[in-house]
Write a protein that binds this ligand. Structure first.
Ligand code: ZN
Length: 185
């Protein structure tokens, strides 16, 4: 049994169709859908980590303005990727899916306590929340797979530079959705 988990980052209304929308996000939706369905079919855990901000969060006040405010429609997962009962859904208040979210203890508890070894990261944005989540995964010893057609950013440059950095600095494997699914077993 593989000890992977699929981590879906910030596939929320505000990032796809709302306050910080980016049309480029549309193209990853079908790929992420295929990926999470393939994972669920063989009991690979699917974990959503979602911005759920308070208005006073630094990300809101210092940089991006109001987005994904906890409890609003903008902070909800997009309808196309609604989680199912067996999925896990965690809230975050910074770029990293690990920062005070309980993600690390959750990952360690899975596979009957043997823990997850490899994180498959998809979602938004390649150079921001994917990057910071990958950083914290790296520091904690997880192997990292980035789904290159399952992550996006504001521009092509942000996306490409993001991928390059993830590979160069965290030794992330950059694979397509099809390659990741082929590796599920
Ligand atoms: Zn945010």
């Amino acid at each position: 049994m593989s000890t992977k988990a699929v981590i879906v980052v910030d596939m929320l209304n505000d990032f796809v169709t709302g306050k910080l929308k980016v049309d480029r996000a549309q193209r990853v939706i079908p790929n992420i859908k295929r990926l999470v369905e393939a994972a669920r079919a063989i009991h690979i855990p699917v974990i959503y980590v979602n911005d759920a901000h308070y208005p006073q969060d630094l990300e809101v006040t210092r940089k991006w303005g109001e987005h994904a405010i906890k409890g609003t429609k903008g902070a909800e997962i997009i309808p196309e990727l609604k989680p199912v009962e067996s999925d896990y859904v965690l809230e975050k208040r910074t770029y990293s899916g690990f920062y005070e979210t309980g993600l690390d203890p959750l990952l360690r508890s899975l596979y009957k306590g043997k823990g997850v070894k490899t994180l498959v990261l998809c979602g938004l944005h390649t150079h921001i929340c994917i990057r910071h989540t990958a950083a914290d995964a790296f520091f904690r010893g997880y192997s990292i797979v980035i789904v290159k057609d399952g992550v996006e950013a504001f521009t092509d440059e942000d996306h490409e530079q993001g991928l390059k950095y993830l590979k160069q600095v965290y030794g992330a494997k950059i694979l397509t959705t099809a390659e990741v699914i082929a590796g599920f077993c």
